[in-house]
Design a protein around this ligand. Structure first.
Ligand code: EPZ
Length: 453
């Protein structure tokens, strides 16, 4: 397997890693500085969904015709996915100003994904299904785990094998593992997912769209991002039923044509601003979002006494009156409480009256924000899967570090409520999933700035 020899966006991959390391160090010296004590007020608009646009871009590999994806957020992960598609042979034009990406995958030049890029972003694994279906082969580095867990791809592989692919796990010259899938023509099959994995559901749905015959995915993920992908695939000519339920049926077709698609708003970004309004005891209208996609977040915030109402197609969050009280949260696959809002909600719970329990069932290591929040006097204890947030904390500004994307967001919103100055470093994590978080919070009255060194 050829090591990646290209160069990409912000992280220059020059083969020896030094330059890349330097870029990463520079990025890791950037930081966000927040002065706490201001209640947010006003209106904020939500960008297109990171977790919807990434599989949508992967799906464009399934056709040799042009595709247009709009309402694309300006995020690092979108740049990385665009670069991966270019390495596979697709033309990808990202107009960040217009928020549009045009693709044309006339020929797929290789079935080998660029290792350096794939390892930097787990989500790239959803390119595997489209590559396998389009070219009959896909060779992918085994995604390294990441900060929040080991995150294997056994369910993705189970699906490809059910569709008739031969799978081999090998190691490259540097000893890193990669998986090779091969199959001249995929055949429809029944696949049961032991866990309702979002990525595995998306990968299998895309591969099955060009397989011969019927595929049924049982215990499928029901996230809105799965539904958005199914809607795009149907526009391309795929025959898919049941997306958004736990049983998805796909009737394979010979060929898919190009399509245009508007990405759904980012429910996790919307939830993050709902929590920012709550933790700062503010009054904020969150606009350009889908209230139905944040029902668990709305329900749990209402249990604490935060007042939430639908307004002009968005959601108004009012936390400037009542004394707010505890509630317990347990993360689950959609429509359960979203794991991607757990860190932000935990930061908020540290400021309400009374102890709350937080149970994380989706990832095995998603409490790394606890230590950082405790540097801000949040008073939380945890055993890796369960946490007790004591409550009534008077958060204090501190120097803290983003350990992953959502943990970083939690620290920024904690800074809104903290007394004094909070400095969040390693904000390259945040850049992966939040478009202009500093500008958006500043537009709501926050005293916040980004310092790039
Ligand atoms: C998607 O990741 C999201 N990412 C994640 O958002 C989100 O937290 C996650 O779904 C759960 O909702 C994107 O959509 C790009 P999974 P994904 O496969 O697809 C285990 C964010 O912050 N698992 O549903 O990787 C896995 O280890 C990110 O935006 C297997 O065991 O999530 C994990 O414990 C973080 N075998 C659990 O399932 C597999 O083959 C959930 O994984 C696949 C997954």
């Amino acid at each position: 397997m050829r090591p990646f020899q290209g160069s990409v966006g912000a992280c220059r991959a020059d083969g020896n890693g030094q330059q890349n390391l330097k870029v990463k160090n520079n990025m890791s010296q950037s930081r966000i500085v927040v002065e706490g004590g201001i209640s947010l007020a006003g209106k904020v608009g939500i960008s297109g969904s990171k977790n919807a646009v990434l599989p949508l871009l992967a799906a464009t590999v399934l056709t040799d015709a042009p595709c247009l994806v709009s309402s694309v957020p300006g995020l690092k992960d979108v740049e990385v996915m665009s670069e991966i598609l270019r390495n596979l042979g697709s033309e990808v034009h990202f107009d960040a100003e217009a928020g549009e990406i045009r693709t044309l995958a006339t020929d797929i030049a290789t079935s080998e994904a660029p290792a350096h890029l794939v390892k930097s972003m787990r989500a790239s694994v959803v390119c595997m299904g489209p590559m396998l279906a389009r070219t009959g082969a896909a060779s992918f580095p085994l995604p390294g785990g990441c900060a929040i867990g080991e995150r294997p791809i056994d369910l993705h592989i189970k699906g490809f094998m059910a569709l008739g692919a031969d799978i081999e796990v090998k190691s490259d010259d540097s000893g890193d593992g990669f998986v090779e899938a091969r199959c001249k023509k995929l055949k429809g099959a029944e696949v049961y997912l032991d866990f309702a994995s979002v990525g595995a559901t998306q990968n299998i749905m895309m591969a099955a769209s060009l397989a011969e015959g019927f595929t049924i995915i049982e215990n499928a993920a029901q996230e809105p991002e799965v539904v958005d992908l199914a809607n795009f695939l149907r526009k391309m000519g795929a025959r898919i039923k049941g997306a958004g339920t736990d049983v998805i049926k796909i009737k394979g077709v010979e060929k898919l044509h190009g399509a245009e698609h508007h990405v759904i708003p980012d429910r996790i970004e919307a939830g993050t601003y709902m929590l920012a309004a709550a933790i700062s005891r503010g009054n904020v209208l969150i606009d350009n979002m889908v209230p139905d996609h944040v029902v668990p977040i709305t329900a749990k915030l209402r249990e604490t006494g935060v007042r939430i109402s639908e307004e002009n197609g968005g959601v108004r969050v009012k936390a400037d009156e009542a004394l707010l009280r505890m509630t317990d949260i347990k993360t689950l696959p959609y429509p359960g409480f979203p794991t991607d809002i757990q860190p932000q909600f935990m930061a908020f719970l540290s400021t309400v009256n009374g102890p709350s329990a937080v149970i994380e069932t989706v990832f095995e290591n998603r409490f790394m924000h606890v230590a950082e929040l405790n540097k801000m006097n949040a008073n939380i204890i945890d055993d890796g899967r369960r946490a007790i947030v004591k409550g009534n904390a008077k958060l204090k500004g501190a120097k803290v570090r983003a350990t992953d994307l959502r943990a970083g967001a939690a620290l920024v919103i904690a800074g809104l409520a903290a007394e004094g100055t909070t400095e969040v470093s390693d904000i390259y994590h945040i850049d992966r999933g939040y478009e202009d978080i500093v500008g958006k919070l500043r537009s709501l009255g926050a005293s916040i700035e980004r310092i790039d060194t």
